[in-house]
Each structure stands twice: as C-alpha cells, then as structure tokens.
Design a protein around this ligand. Structure first.
Ligand code: B12
Ligand code: SF4
Ligand code: SF4
Length: 290
C-alpha cells in the first residue's frame, strides 16, 4: 500500500478515536446535575469524499443554496472556491441517544420525556462543542477546517414543504455511509434512528467510508416490503402517513402544541421525537437480519 494511503488511513483512525474519547470523557456529555448520566452513547464515525457528486445533487434534492464541502470551507475562510483545493473530506458522526433516555420517551404518547428534551437542548450544545473540538484539533495540525453548522452563514429556511437548511447533517451522513432516510424522515443508522448528527469539513484526503445501502431509504422496513408503519401510529400530530413526513405539521406540533415544554423542562427549544422511540428502528437497523 502506498505511503499516502497509509497516512490517510492512520489519520482517519486517529480522528475516530479522538471523537470517541471526547464523547466518553467530556463533562458536557452529561445530563444537567447528573455526572453519571451521559447524554449520548459511543458514536459512529464516517468519512465522505468532499468531491462526491452527491454533494452537487443536493443542490437539486435540498435546494440551490445547499453548500458543497468545498464551498462551506472557503466561505469560512472568506476565500474563492479555486483557493480551496480539491482534496477535501467530510468527517460525519452519529451520536446515539442513551437507552435510559429512549426508554423514558417510549412511555410518552404526546409530550417528550424530560431526558429527551434535555438531549435536544443540552445534547446539541455538546454536539456543537464536539464540532469545535474536531475543528480545533485539525487547526492545530495546520489544516483548513470548518464545522458548517456552527458558522454564521448556516441558515434554516422555510419552504413550501417545510424547513430546510444549507448544510443538512443527515444528507452528509448519508454520503459518509452512516445510514439512510425513512418513512418517518428519521435517519436510520446501525444504531437506530434515535440520534443526533454532526460533521466537519477538512482539506485533506481521507479514505471515504463505503456506502453499502442500496437506496436512500434501504434501512426502513416500509420501503423494503411495505411493512411496519409503526411511526405513523406513534406520531401525535398525524404528521406521518404512507406519503411520508409532513414537516409543517411536525414543526407546528413542536412549536405550538408543545410550546409549554420549554417552561416545563426549563429548556430553550421544543422537541418531540416520539416517532424515534417505541418503533423497530429506535436503536438498531431494523432491516438487518442479525
Ligand atoms: C429543519 C430541521 C427540522 C424540521 C424539518 C425536518 C426535515 N426533515 O428536514 C423539523 C422542525 C420538522 C424537525 C423535526 C425534528 N428534528 Co430536526 N432538524 C432540522 C435541521 C436543522 C435541518 C434539516 C434539513 O436541512 N433538512 C433538509 C431536507 C431537504 O431534508 P428532508 O426533507 O428530510 O430530506 C428528504 C429528501 O432529501 C429525500 N431524498 C429525496 N431524494 C433523495 C436522494 C438522496 C441521494 C438522498 C440522500 C435523499 C433524498 O430524503 C429525505 C427524507 O425524505 C437538522 C439539522 C441539520 N443541520 O441538518 C435537524 C435534524 C434533522 N433534526 C433532528 C431531530 C432529532 C429532530 C426531531 C426528532 C426533534 C427532536 N429533537 O425531538 C424531529 C424529527 C422529525 C422527523 N420525523 O424526522 C436530527 C435528526 C436525527 C435523525 N435521526 O434523523 C437533526 C439532524 C439535528 C441534529 N443535529 O442531529 N427538524
Ligand atoms: S417505524 Fe418502521 S416504517 Fe417507520 S421509519 Fe421506522 S422502520 Fe420505517
Ligand atoms: S417528531 Fe413528533 S410530531 Fe414530528 S413526526 Fe415525529 S412524532 Fe410526529
């Protein structure tokens, strides 16, 4: 094997192990006031080639403003695309939500459990800290690097079919071979759909993770054989049907019907996630035989 490939593989291993250590050891990955209760379990880590043609396709699938990794990188440094170089990779991770939190949400029918609401609010703060940690560790090594979702240019827009962003963490994770979409719209990984997602772009060639899913929906039982549909019955807002996930209904349910949870749980954002718990795709890939 040539030295460059070996070096890239070694670097990918180091990055993966740094991400796992941070998740294991950071005091931010703890429920507030509970030093022994983590928010997330051991992450899954994948790598995408920044010039994968899917990133261009996302401009049609998601919207023309969705950034390619090279665009995200040069925007962060106020440079032109031609200054970005071609060897760009994306590190993507999945933060699986703990059993304790999932079990507490399984018992709910209308309102998320406190631990779930905490996972959205404090868990996303931890996810932001992890993005910063990965960016800082690349910067120290002299690379150009950025976490697009933490940049001032990151935007969430309203469209006719609901909200969408200019850096969709799940689409990035799909390119990095970490899972697929589903009837509920959740991203189903080998550790299920109850998770949060993050990513960082870097100007170095890392070995891309294999994308083994046959289609963008291969991990969902409904798309495999029209079975399951457990998420339809699980959604208190009627936002999931055989036609898919109605983002406007979902968003309104969280923002309006569940408005009170911000005060009840003392958090700064709404949440729900009932469709990601007490369903066959909660903590595993339901399509995988064993
Ligand atoms: C806007 C937003 C919302 C909106 C809209 C959600 C949506 N589906 O887009 C609302 C308010 C409804 C929402 C709700 C929730 N959200 Co939200 N949200 C986001 C945000 C900020 C941007 C999402 C985005 O840009 N979507 C882009 C659109 C286009 O995606 P889409 O419509 O799902 O894409 C479809 C098509 O592209 C299609 N497709 C068609 N052709 C092709 C071809 C290819 C090749 C591919 C790959 C796909 C594809 O596949 C997709 C599924 O149908 C992300 C954070 C981020 N920066 O990514 C979090 C994020 C998606 N949310 C998350 C979570 C956890 C939630 C909630 C559970 C709330 C909570 N925490 O309690 C619910 C779950 C709703 C659900 N059933 O999925 C997680 C996802 C975890 C997961 N396993 O899926 C994210 C990634 C946040 C994070 N950092 O972890 N969210
Ligand atoms: S509950 Fe079943 S149908 Fe719904 S997303 Fe999960 S696997 Fe697919
Ligand atoms: S997050 Fe809640 S409202 Fe939205 S689709 Fe899932 S169960 Fe329905």
């Amino acid at each position: 094997m040539d030295a460059q490939i070996l070096a890239a593989e070694k670097m990918a291993q180091i990055i993966e192990s740094e991400i796992k250590s941070f998740v294991r050891e950071s005091p931010l990955n703890r429920m507030p006031g509970e030093a022994d209760t983590p928010i997330f379990e051991e992450p899954l880590v994948g790598f995408a080639d920044g010039s994968d043609p899917l990133f261009q396709e996302f401009k049609t699938i998601i919207g023309p403003n969705h950034l390619t990794p090279i665009e995200a990188l040069v925007l962060s440094y106020n440079k032109q695309p031609e200054d970005g170089g071609k060897l760009v990779s994306v590190v993507s991770w999945i933060l699986p939500i703990t059993k304790k939190t999932r079990e507490s949400n399984r018992e709910q029918d209308k309102v998320p459990a406190k631990y779930w609401a905490y996972t959205k609010w404090y868990g996303e703060k931890f996810n932001a800290a992890l993005r910063k940690h990965v960016v800082d560790s690349f910067k120290i090594r002299g690379y150009m690097t950025t976490a697009p979702a933490s940049q001032p240019y990151f935007k969430i827009q309203d469209g006719p079919k609901g909200q969408f962003s200019n850096w969709s963490e799940r689409h990035v994770a799909y390119v990095a071979g970490l899972g697929t979409f589903s009837l509920a719209d959740s991203f189903i990984t080998e550790k299920g759909a109850a998770n949060r997602v993050g990513s960082v772009v870097i100007d170095v060639k890392l070995p891309p993770s294999p994308r083994t899913a046959g289609t963008p929906y291969s991990n969902c039982l409904y798309y495999v054989n029209k079975s399951c549909k457990a998420c339809i019955a699980r959604c208190p807002a009627g936002a999931i049907t055989e036609a898919g996930h109605d983002k406007v209904k979902c968003c309104n349910y969280q923002d309006l019907d569940l408005k009170h949870i911000k005060e009840d749980y003392q958090v700064g954002s709404g949440s729900c996630g009932l469709c990601q718990t007490r369903v066959p795709c909660e903590f595993k890939n339901p399509v995988k035989k064993k």
